[in-house]
Design a protein around this ligand. Structure first.
Ligand code: AMP
Ligand code: MG
Length: 314
C-alpha cells in the first residue's frame, strides 16, 4: 500500500514541535544517543503510526522519554535499585524496564514499561514543553542503522512525519543501555555508553546476558531478537585492518592501505559516535563490504561489539 505523504514542518522550536505532538502528530527529535521518532504515549493511534512509518514489527515495544524522575514515577513503579541507577546515570543514556504504573500509557500490550530521561538539551526542552511521556524508538527504518545526523533524517523522513525538530546533534551515537528491573537480580539487556563497570558500582549483582543468542532468546525484551543496526552490505568484524582489501570500506584505528571509504577513529567514544554514519554512508555509496576493526578494551567495547556483531549476523 503506498504511504500517504504528509507535510513535514522543520523547526528549531521545541515548543512548536510539542504542540504538534500534543495534537497527535509524530515528531522526530535529537537525543544524546540517536534521533528518536516520538508520539504522545497517551495517543495510541499516533504510537501505532510510528510502527507504520518505521516498518517496525508490532511486538517490539517503544521506550518512553520523560523529562525527570518525578515523571518517571508517574509512568513506572520504581524501587530501590532502579532509583539508585537513575539517580546516578540520569539524565543520560540509560533506560529502565519497570512494572507499568499508568495503565493508559501505550506499551504495545505489555505490563511493563521502558523509560529513559535524555540529557540532550533540545530533547529536554521538547519533553518539558510536551508535559506527557513521549514514546520514541530510534528514528530509522526497522533493521537499518539508527540515524545520528539531521541530514540523514531529512532524507529518510521528510513527507513521512509531521515535524522534525532541529537542535543539538547526538553526541554518543549508539542507543541507550537497557536494564530490566522487573527481574531479580536486574538484567542488562542492551549494552550502551553506560557500561558494566559503571553499573556494577551501584548494582553489584547485575546479571549480564553474554552471547547474542542468549540475548535473542531472552523473552524479556522482544526487540532484542531482531538482528538489526545493519547496512545493506556485508559487514566484517576484523582483528586488524591489515589484510583489508582496497575495495572494502573501513572503520577503525589503524589503516594499512587507502581504500574506497575510510573512517579513522582515535577512541571507542569516537567509534560509537561514527559507527552508524559509517554504515549509512556505506549504503549511500552502494559499497559491497565494510570492515570494522575490533574496538579497544575499556568503555564502549561491549556496546560496539554488540552493534557490530548484529550487523555482521544480519
Ligand atoms: P529503540 O527505541 O529502537 O532503541 O528500541 C527500544 C528497545 O527497548 C527495544 O529493544 C525494545 O524491545 C526494548 N523495550 C522497550 N520497551 C520494553 C519493555 N516494556 N520490555 C522490554 N523491552 C522493552
Ligand atoms: Mg531502534
Amino acid at each position: 500500500m503506498p504511504e500517504n505523504k504528509v507535510n513535514t514542518l522543520i523547526t528549531d522550536s521545541p515548543q512548536e514541535a510539542a504542540r504538534i505532538l500534543l495534537r497527535g502528530g509524530l515528531v522526530i527529535f535529537p537525543t544524546e544517543t540517536v534521533y528518536g521518532i516520538g508520539a504522545s504515549a497517551f495517543h495510541h493511534s499516533a504510537c501505532k503510526r510510528i510502527y507504520d512509518v518505521k516498518k517496525r514489527p508490532m511486538d517490539n515495544p517503544l521506550i518512553l522519554h520523560v523529562e525527570n524522575i518525578t515523571s518517571l514515577r508517574v509512568c513506572a513503579l520504581v524501587e530501590t535499585e532502579g532509583d539508585l541507577v537513575f539517580q546516578k546515570f540520569s539524565p543520560g543514556p540509560i533506560t529502565g524496564i519497570f512494572p507499568k504504573h499508568n495503565q493508559d500509557l501505550f506499551t504495545a500490550g505489555l505490563k511493563t514499561v521502558a523509560v529513559r530521561i535524555p540529557s540532550n538539551p533540545t530533547a529536554r526542552e521538547f519533553l518539558e514543553a510536551c508535559g506527557v511521556p513521549v514514546a520514541a524508538p530510534s528514528a530509522n527504518l526497522s533493521g537499518k542503522p539508527s540515524l545520528t545526523k539531521l541530514e540523514y533524517i531529512l532524507e529518510e523522513f521528510s513527507g513521512k512525519v509531521d515535524c522534525i525538530l532541529q537542535g543539538e546533534e547526538p553526541r554518543i551515537g549508539i542507543e541507550s543501555t537497557v536494564i530490566d528491573f522487573t527481574e531479580d537480580p536486574p538484567v542488562l539487556l542492551r549494552p550502551g555508553f553506560v557500561d558494566q563497570k559503571d553499573l556494577f558500582s551501584v548494582l553489584p549483582n547485575l546479571r549480564i546476558l553474554n552471547t547474542l543468542d542468549e540475548i535473542a532468546e531472552s523473552p524479556r525484551s522482544p526487540g532484542l531478537k531482531y538482528r538489526h543496526y545493519a547496512p545493506s552490505c556485508k559487514v566484517v568484524l576484523a582483528d586488524s585492518l591489515q589484510s583489508a582489501p582496497q575495495s572494502v570500506a573501513q572503520i577503525g584505528f589503524t589503516f594499512f592501505l587507502n581504500s574506497i571509504y575510510q573512517v579513522r577513529v582515535s577512541s571507542n567514544e569516537e567509534y560509537m559516535k561514527f559507527l552508524y554514519s559509517f554504515f549509512v554512508e556505506c549504503d549511500r555509496r552502494k559499497i559491497a563490504e565494510a570492515w570494522c576493526e575490533i574496538p579497544k578494551e575499556g568503555r564502549g567495547r561491549e556496546a560496539l561489539l554488540n552493534r557490530i556483531s548484529k550487523a555482521v549476523a544480519k
